[in-house]
Design a protein around this ligand. Structure first.
Ligand SMILES: [Zn+2]
Length: 279
């Protein structure tokens, strides 16, 4: 099939297409730059026809006709991540590793101009990823592949070796392709009802402690709430805030208050560490 007819067929099946430069054999590229680094693989550019490459890939047949009328021999790029993703296998080792995960005989496949293999799966939502396995890359969201009947820089054509609907990607392969989940957010522990009540009670006790008992009461409160903090029911900063307020309201000095709370919390921490030591 001619590039235009094939591009229209891809577009009609819902895969956005874009015109690429064409390989000319011997490593040449239709862009004619002497040192093109991606011969036959990069998007065409024209101020009135296409300026944003991949981002203008389309399924609109009129646009496809305009492009391939301007460049009848343009290679056909397919945007991945929309309806299909492509598993790009470059080496025999890669193919062997992949075959252990996927029944590749059931997957539509293209023999690339360089002799590699493109396996077509239903889009997974995964982004591009290199080295999913040694010799295996993934083309997903915001990626594209060169498709038949494009011509590689070595002069050979890309060709379909298996047709058919793109199947879902098997879970064994998806787990390699999907980026690892982001680390969990830091745990914020809200006071359980019991811990919140304990916090209120201790603060009241400190606030109403008679002169002569204030410092002792504060220390005991800090140690007791410190045990709840060590168990994760309260944050130490919450304990410090509540007790500081209460102690200052009771008339204790700032320095003494801070020191007493700190030593109560430290004692609680030590006690809970000792608890945790297996006997
Ligand atoms: Zn080029």
């Amino acid at each position: 099939m001619e590039p235009l007819a094939t591009a229209l067929w891809y577009a009609a099946s819902g895969v956005p297409v874009l015109p690429l430069h064409t390989g000319g054999g011997g490593g040449r590229c239709s862009c004619r730059r002497p040192h093109c680094d991606r011969p036959g693989k990069h998007p065409r550019w024209h101020p009135r026809l296409i300026t944003a490459g991949l981002h203008q890939a389309t399924t609109d047949p009129d646009q496809v006709v305009r492009w391939w009328t301007a460049w009848p021999r343009a290679n056909v790029g397919l945007r991945t991540g929309v309806t299909v993703d492509v598993c790009d296998v470059d080496t025999p080792v890669g193919l062997r590793l992949l075959s252990a995960l996927v029944d590749d005989a059931a997957v539509p496949a293209v023999r690339t101009g360089s002799g590699g293999l493109h396996l077509y799966f239903a889009a997974t939502g995964a982004p591009n990823r290199v080295r999913v396995l040694p010799g295996v890359d993934w083309r997903g969201k915001d990626g594209y592949v060169v498709a038949p009947p494009s011509i590689h820089a070595n002069g050979r054509r890309y060709r379909w070796i298996r047709h058919g609907p793109a199947p879902d990607c098997p879970s064994e392969l998806i787990s390699l392709v999907m980026p690892p989940p982001p680390p969990p957010p830091p745990v914020v522990r809200y006071p359980t009802r019991y811990a919140a009540a304990a916090l209120d009670n201790e603060a009241i006790r400190v606030r109403s402690a008679p002169v002569g008992q204030r410092n002792n009461t504060l220390y005991r409160a800090a140690r007791s709430l410190g045990r709840l903090a060590a168990a994760g029911h309260l944050g130490e900063h919450e304990v410090t805030d509540a007790l500081t307020h209460a102690a200052r309201a009771a008339g204790l000095g700032a320095y003494e208050t801070a020191r007493t709370i700190r030593s109560g919390l430290t004692a609680a921490r030590r006690a809970s560490t000792a608890d945790a030591v297996p006997r």
